[in-house]
Design a protein around this ligand. Structure first.
Ligand SMILES: [Mg+2]
Length: 96
């Protein structure tokens, strides 16, 4: 099953608010693992697992908040990042 389809099913099954809370939880877990990595208190596999959780939850948030609208922001962010990398944009602008 695709990420998109399963994300839609998860939202319908568990509910929007529950999945928003789950997203907060998973984002926190990734923060913890990335922080632990700096002190060598975790391993790459744990970080990868939390990245996967965050990607799954990010897809659900994308759907909850409007996939097309989020996609427009992604395009903006990627365009800005490309500009920064290629030196086509004011370096004082904030990039992701
Ligand atoms: Mg997790």
């Amino acid at each position: 099953m695709t990420l998109r389809k399963l994300a839609e099913m998860a939202i319908n099954h568990f509910g929007v608010q529950h999945q928003k809370n789950k997203a907060i939880e998973e984002l926190g877990e990734l923060i913890v693992e990335l922080s632990r990595e700096q002190d060598r208190r975790t391993d790459n596999e744990r970080v990868r697992e939390e990245i996967a959780d965050v990607i799954v939850m990010a897809e659900q948030l994308r759907i909850i908040y409007g996939a097309s609208a989020v996609d427009r922001w992604i395009e903006k962010k990627l365009s800005r990042l490309e500009g920064l990398i290629l030196g086509k944009e004011d370096q004082s602008d904030r990039a992701i």
